[in-house]
Design a protein around this ligand. Structure first.
Ligand code: HEM
Length: 125
């Protein structure tokens, strides 16, 4: 049976990839590439990083139990979902959104730190 934690990460990654690709198609069609950085970060944090976490939990079911994997999922999901619109608007001239982009960046960083904690934690007996 598929690891439910891994499946949660991959389901989220698939949804965010579709949004990221749709935005890429919108940029191509409109000729406005100003928010390419927002598109890139949605695809990279929302799809690539999320999928790497999902692969890890699929390969290491012993590490996918408890609260930490769910907290990591929430941090990375909120980071991607908040960063994308805020960065897209920031790159289109809405300078006031910078603090929100910064906050989302620190959520993504917090997720990466939590991932490191999970990796360095000794295996449960
Ligand atoms: C339907 C699929 C996609 C379309 C139509 C698309 C379209 C675009 C467009 C129009 C740009 C701006 C290019 C420029 O201004 O030079 C761009 C940039 C970029 N895309 Fe995509 N993209 C797609 C999927 C992806 C995926 C899956 C990833 C990563 C996993 C990705 C990562 C990037 C990166 C890193 C940049 C450069 C951002 C920058 O220069 O600031 N794209 N894409």
């Amino acid at each position: 049976m598929t690891n439910p934690v891994s499946l949660l990460y991959f389901r989220t990654a698939a949804v965010l990839l579709i949004v990221g690709m749709l935005f890429g198609i919108y940029m191509s069609a409109s000729g406005n590439h100003a928010a390419a950085g927002a598109h890139a970060h949605l695809n990279l944090i929302g799809f690539v990083v999320m999928s790497v976490y999902g692969i890890f939990f699929g390969l290491n079911p012993g590490k996918s139990t408890g609260r930490l994997p769910k907290i990591l999922w929430a941090l990375n999901t909120i980071a991607a979902v908040v960063m994308f619109p805020a960065l897209a608007l920031l790159l289109n001239g809405y300078a006031g959104l910078e603090p929100l982009v910064a906050a989302a960046s620190f959520l993504a960083l917090g997720g990466a730190c939590l991932f490191a904690v999970l990796l360095f934690q000794p295996a449960a007996a």
